[in-house]
Design a protein around this ligand. Structure first.
Ligand SMILES: Cc1ncc(COP(=O)(O)O)c(C=O)c1O
Length: 394
């Protein structure tokens, strides 16, 4: 593992000393520079007025675009700021001009909100959904994906890492298939941006959606959308306002020519500034170093959990990331979470409906999710495993 200034990471995150935070796939702990930026802007709004504060901090909020672009290998005009990954994903998905008979290809790991949008479009427009099966290792089967593409295929939609498993889907291999077939490719990278190195050029996606509060360690209520410049002209977002478009004559409007056509005017300026700081903060650590540390910590955690009585570690896939999922025989995950919380340990519970295709096929109703970040330690992992063992025994 490359050397990592863990002491500094933890100094920047004072809450690390109060709680074992293994809920980074829910919302990670914000580092001090992010908290300071958000609070500082809110205080300025209170002191001089919201519009006036936005004007004074225009450069700091504008930084969100450049910082996002730098982190994911895009350009600033390809980035839109939105309030969540879901809103980002929806703005992209509903902008695609689907016609009856078009087909959407997706994987077993697809996130519930995305799949609900597919089902809505089945009802509204008459598109078809094809779920590509997993391969023997538990990730999207690339040969099956290639074979499924035909002239009616309009979109490949992939969840890079599901909220309910450590699986990292082979996003770049899917991108090569999408490119070769000339099919649009929408990547839900909600759990992977901030967790590992992401380069939209290497991945070859047309769209990428992400959230601020998870592995990026940004404020809640923030997210972004990347849209490849080359396809911007083909896309009319489902919602347009006077920021996304200009009302040029009584009967006409003209959309912006960059990704901000996917935004609306009003937003949390404090959130946008905080997200910019979080993006620069992540970039300064170096995404390859973050990715290596997160994956190593998660592997250590899986190793520590396997010998515990009744524990089944559920993660499948050739490459695994920072999300560790498990069940414990005879124990309700909700009850386990509550009892771990009483021991100063934050974890979360995921239900089957979050990734129904995957969990239903494996007969899993709900699971416990422990998701680590680079500021977690091997010592915390030991204490977590000991805490879980005690809770199971009690
Ligand atoms: C894979 C995945 N996609 C999308 C989302 C939705 O993100 P948001 O809550 O920011 O809309 C989540 C949230 O858990 C997720 O795990």
């Amino acid at each position: 593992m490359p050397s990592f200034d863990l002491a500094r990471a933890r100094r920047d995150t004072p809450a690390c000393e109060q709680v074992i935070h293994f809920n980074n796939a829910g919302a990670a702990l914000m580092p001090d520079p992010v908290v300071d930026a958000v609070i500082g802007h809110l205080q300025l709004e209170a002191a001089i007025g919201g519009y006036e504060a936005a004007e004074r901090h225009a450069a700091a909020s504008e930084r969100m675009y450049g910082a996002t672009a730098a982190l994911i290998g895009a350009t600033a005009p390809e980035i839109a700021f939105l309030e969540s990954a879901t809103r980002a994903w929806d703005q992209a998905f509903y902008a695609i001009p689907f016609r009856a008979g078009d087909r959407i290809l997706t994987s077993v790991a697809e996130y519930a909100s995305n799949y609900i949008a597919f089902l809505q479009l089945v009802k509204r427009t008459g598109v078809g959904i094809t779920v590509i099966p997993d391969d023997a290792q538990g990730q999207i089967d690339l040969a099956a994906l290639s074979a499924a593409i035909d002239s009616r295929t309009r979109l490949i939609s992939l969840t890079h890492m599901p909220s309910t498993s450590g699986l990292i889907n082979p996003a770049a291999a899917v991108g090569r298939i999408a490119r070769a077939a000339g099919v649009l490719y929408l990547l839900d990278a909600c759990q992977t941006v901030g967790q590992m190195d992401i380069d939209v050029q290497a991945i070859g996606c047309d769209f990428l959606s992400a959230t601020g509060r998870k592995y990026l360690r940004g404020p809640r209520g923030t997210g972004f959308l990347y849209v490849r410049a080359g396809i911007m002209d083909q896309l009319e977002p489902p919602v347009l306002d006077m920021h996304a478009a200009t009302w040029v004559s009584r009967d006409a409007y003209v959309m912006r020519d960059d990704a901000r056509r996917f935004e609306t005017w009003e937003c949390s300026i404090a959130g946008k500034i905080g997200l910019a700081v979080a993006l620069d903060y992540a970039h300064a650590w170096g995404m390859p170093a973050i990715g290596a540390r997160v994956q190593a910590l998660a592997a250590t955690l899986r190793q520590g959990l396997r010998p515990l009585p009744g524990v089944t570690v559920l993660d499948r896939g050739e490459h695994l990331g920072g999300i560790v999922t498990l069940t414990v025989d005879g124990h309700d995950p909700v009850d386990l979470r509550r009892r771990l919380h009483a021991h100063g340990i934050n974890v979360s519970v995921a239900k089957q409906q979050a990734t129904r295709l995957d969990l239903e096929s494996r007969g899993i109703e709900s699971l416990l999710r422990a998701s680590v970040h680079y500021y977690n330690t091997e010592g915390e992992i030991e204490r977590f495993c000991a805490g879980l063992a005690a809770v199971i025994k009690a």
